[in-house]
Write a protein that binds this ligand. Structure first.
Ligand code: AMP
Length: 323
């Protein structure tokens, strides 16, 4: 059974609404323009806590001048309908002055992990993400906060920040939700023209090729090469990076940027047999739209798994949505 979520805007309204919730709370933070990926986070949140709180806020401090802060889609009415269908209880959609009543003079530097990959291209991005996520965690005080693997580096940054700032919130990761054509759902996909959308499929195809190479025993550098070949074959894609990282520490094991760098995140996933859980990450511009995607890949262990195994892994993430 679903019910209409309560929509609040100011801090006082939020505090009032929270005071009425007595049992466990799960938090899902979004920038709105909700799609099936966001809704999966809300569904998972329902399973983890008695009350689900969703925030819809295009956070200015995580956008650099010249990025798409102004153009970012804002679709509150449609978002509320979507949230009703999955059963959120409370939606906080603040204005910038509700989140930042005074200009933010305090900043958070998440450390080395925020300076590589996304952080290299967007040097102030993770500081803004860390700031807003810490503030909202403090204002909502949830038991658990859910974030998507779609933004794998953001997840690693937030694990680092929450741990080191002793923010008492459990972080729960949710797998990537994809369209039928393999493209990871993203609010920014709506910027793509029809032609660009077709080209964008090469990102997930490249990752699949990389996963297949990993499963056949390729090392990190070879995995990157395998992915890169797909992007080159497609053409018309401006690659930002392809990298293979340790899924736990975010240590960069190979990448198109060359030099391996210490990600500075959590503990590495090195297993006794020398294998580890890796993640292949890709970022590229298709037309003017910047897209990111990633997939898990086993490193250092030759498994008998064939391409069929890889395909079924991705199929399990499909939403049934048309591309
Ligand atoms: P955003 O609105 O883009 O800031 O995303 C809000 C949350 O939804 C973040 O934790 C994202 O990682 C997550 N998310 C966005 N797209 C997807 C997707 N395709 N699958 C799973 N989670 C997603």
């Amino acid at each position: 059974m679903t019910h209409h979520p309560l929509l609040v805007h100011t801090r006082a309204q939020l505090a009032d609404a929270l005071a009425r919730l007595s049992s466990t709370k799960a938090l899902v933070m979004t920038m709105g323009a909700l799609h099936a990926g966001h809704l999966e986070l809300v569904r998972e949140a329902r399973r983890l806590a008695d009350h689900v709180i969703v925030t819809i806020f295009v956070n200015p401090t995580q956008f650099a001048p010249g990025e798409d802060y102004d153009a970012y889609p804002r679709t509150l009415d449609a978002d509320m309908d979507a949230l009703e269908s999955v059963g959120a209880d409370l939606v906080w959609a603040p204005a910038p002055q509700d989140v930042y009543p005074t200009p933010a003079t305090v900043s958070i530097d998440p450390g080395p992990i925020a300076r590589v990959l996304e952080g290299k291209t967007r040097p102030t991005h993770f500081s803004g993400v860390a700031l807003v996520c810490s503030k909202v965690a403090n204002l909502v005080r949830p038991d658990v906060a859910l974030y998507g693997q779609k933004d794998a580096q953001q997840l690693a940054v937030l694990r680092t920040v929450f741990a080191q700032l002793d923010i008492p919130v459990r972080i729960h990761a949710v797998p990537i939700v994809r369209a039928r054509d393999g493209v990871a759902l993203s609010s920014r996909n709506q910027y793509l023209s029809d032609d660009e959308r077709v080209r964008a499929r090469a990102l997930s195809r490249a990752l699949l090729r990389g996963v297949a190479a990993a499963e056949a025993g390729a090392d990190a550098a070879r995995i990157v090469e395998a992915c890169r070949a797909v992007i080159d074959e497609e053409g018309g894609i401006e690659l930002d990076y392809i990298a293979v990282v340790d899924a736990g520490s975010f240590e960069i094991l190979a990448g198109t940027d060359g030099v391996p760098v210490d990600g500075g995140g959590g503990a590495p996933t090195l297993l006794p047999d020398g294998s580890r859980d890796g993640r292949i990450l890709i970022a590229a511009r298709v037309g003017t739209t910047r897209l990111i995607d990633n997939m898990e890949a086993p490193l250092g262990a030759v498994s008998p798994t064939t391409g069929a195994g890889v395909a079924s892994r991705v199929a399990s993430q499909h939403t049934g949505e048309d591309a």
